[in-house]
Design a protein around this ligand. Structure first.
Ligand SMILES: *[C@@H]1O[C@H](CO)[C@@H](O)[C@H](O)[C@H]1NC(C)=O
Ligand SMILES: *[C@@H]1O[C@H](CO)[C@@H](O)[C@H](O)[C@H]1NC(C)=O
Ligand SMILES: *[C@@H]1O[C@H](CO)[C@@H](O)[C@H](O)[C@H]1NC(C)=O
Ligand SMILES: *[C@@H]1O[C@H](CO)[C@@H](O)[C@H](O)[C@H]1NC(C)=O
Length: 475
């Protein structure tokens, strides 16, 4: 290549005798390349122009008569991939445009303009630059090679990389090699751009890297919020092209990556049956309990690669209490098993009118709420909404019943009402039993009075027994 290059340059110098320099042009694969060719616009004659590629012959030429010809490979099926826009001719600009450049278009081109009395020759070195990623969509944790290919490669060029427009820093230094091999993960996803500097010209090319794996949740330690008693989905969705084998869910011990020996909650079940191949391994809890809070791990095997995602279930509940000093008020406290993401709490009263239309009362800020238990207005549903930096995280509701001052958490499944009813029934049964016993005793006494003699007999026998016992004690 280098030899051809010198021959072409040498020929150009010989033929024109003019000082002609090689012009460096970079073009990203797939884009349009413009190969400059300018001469003095002192045209009284129409010039003859010819663009050639070293070793490949004519690209395009125009005779003085105005007839144009294309090289065989440059006008496939009558469409001209290379052309010279006429509009620029009168300014002496005979630059060649090549659309949709490919790797093999790289090389040395020359442009020769014959004015009749003057021949101008330009030499252009076209380099096609491209970022390639292999495999094109790597699996999380597997090797991926990102490379910057330039054809022909400019010896002595400097290379720099950016990822999402910021410099990519390897653990030790700024990336300056033309390729790298890494383990695919989130750190590598985004828009990769390679910059090549050579003789004051800069070439660049970009490619987007995406990694296949667990797409939802996209990050480890994502928090999922749920109210006690409600149903919740723990998401675990793989890239649609992936069907993991050996799908597993585990609950992790607090503060470690080891699974808890105690298994998953009772109401836990995978959403899609394990027999059916699917890229969705999400699971659900039909009724969340406060003790279900904690870290969970979803995993699956894809092409011998074990992919995992940890997430945290945060459970919200409302604790109610009656302050000792103000017996007719009710304190509601909004509690979460993890409050690290929560920035503020608010309480809102939800009321339903006779038609069942829902409306919300004014919003009260704070984690705890104190309301009057006896005020009719406070009856119904109270919701605690909790927010994080990015907005609403979730809510938990509580039912305030006024009759008899009974109240309970609606979402906790068994309401305190049921408990009260069961308690009352039990009391009634006990009362009934006592009454029956009293009646029985009364009847017996009546029977004894009917037989006074029998009563004396009973008395004497018991007196005799007592005397005997006393005597025994004396002995
Ligand atoms: C780069 O940007 C994309 C799209 O905005 C984003 O998904 C990706 O996480 C970013 N990559 C890094 C390493 O920040
Ligand atoms: C990638 O980044 C380069 C350089 O900043 C930019 O020119 C190109 O448009 C970006 N590509 C995408 C797909 O965002
Ligand atoms: C209930 O609906 C009826 C008819 O739609 C309306 O006239 C009435 O005002 C509504 N009552 C309440 C309490 O909103
Ligand atoms: C609480 O959350 C549920 C589910 O997201 C929603 O339907 C309901 O309207 C919320 N309640 C309040 C008072 O915000």
């Amino acid at each position: 290549m280098l030899l051809q290059y010198f021959i072409v340059v040498g020929m150009a110098l010989l033929m024109t005798g003019a000082q002609s320099e090689v012009i460096e042009v970079f073009a990203e694969a797939g884009s349009q390349a413009i190969l400059p060719c300018k001469c003095n616009p002192l045209s009284t004659h129409l010039p003859a122009i010819i663009w050639t590629k070293a070793n490949k012959g004519t690209v395009w030429r125009k005779e003085r008569s105005g007839l144009q010809y294309w090289g065989y490979s440059w006008s496939p099926k009558g469409s001209h991939r290379a052309q010279c826009p006429h509009s620029q001719f009168e300014r002496g600009d005979y630059s060649l445009q090549i659309n949709n450049v490919r790797d093999e278009d790289g090389g040395i081109y020359s442009c020769r303009v014959d004015n009749g009395n003057q021949v101008t020759e330009n030499v252009v070195s076209l380099r096609i630059i491209k970022v390639s990623i292999s495999p094109s969509v790597p699996i999380w944790g597997k090797d991926v090679k990102i490379s910057c290919d330039v054809n022909p490669w400019p010896n002595g060029a400097t290379v720099q990389w950016t990822l999402n427009n910021s410099r990519f820093l390897t653990p030790t230094t700024i990336m300056k090699k033309s390729f790298m091999r890494e383990k695919a993960d989130a750190r590598l996803t985004g828009n990769w751009t390679c910059f090549v500097d050579y003789k004051g010209k800069e070439g660049r090319a970009s490619a987007t890297l995406t990694v296949m794996g667990i797409v939802q949740p996209s990050k480890d330690d994502t928090k999922v919020y749920a109210a006690v008693g409600s149903a919740v989905t723990l998401p675990c969705v793989f890239s649609s092209e992936l069907i993991p084998s050996r799908k597993v869910w585990e609950k992790l011990k607090a503060g470690s990556f080891k699974p808890t020996p105690g298994r998953l909650p009772d109401s836990f079940s995978p959403i899609s049956p394990s027999s059916q191949p699917s890229s969705d391994n999400s699971a659900s809890l039909k009724e969340v309990g406060f003790q279900d809070a904690g870290r969970y791990r979803c995993s699956g095997t894809v092409e011998q690669q074990w992919l995992t995602r940890n997430m945290q279930l945060v459970v919200a509940k409302i604790d109610s209490s009656i302050p000792s000093k103000k017996k007719d008020s009710l304190m509601l406290d909004c509690q979460l098993s993890d409050t690290s993401e929560v920035t503020n709490y608010e309480w809102v009263h939800v009321v339903y009118d006779l038609n069942g239309t829902r409306s919300e009362g004014s919003i009260l800020n704070g984690k705890t709420l104190s309301i009057s238990k006896v005020s009719e207005e406070n009856r119904g549903e109270w919701a605690c909404r909790f927010y994080g930096k990015e907005g609403l995280l979730g809510n938990v509701t509580y039912q305030v019943h006024l009759m008899g001052g009974l109240s309970g958490q609606k979402s906790s499944g068994v309401s305190q009402n049921t408990v009260a009813v069961v308690g009352l029934s039990f009391l009634l049964v006990v009362l009934l039993l006592i009454l029956i016993q009293m009646y029985k005793n009364h009847q017996r006494r009546k029977r004894i009075f009917q037989y006074p003699a029998l009563e004396t007999i009973v008395h004497t026998t018991s007196n005799e027994r007592e005397e005997r016992e006393r005597n025994r004690e004396k002995m």
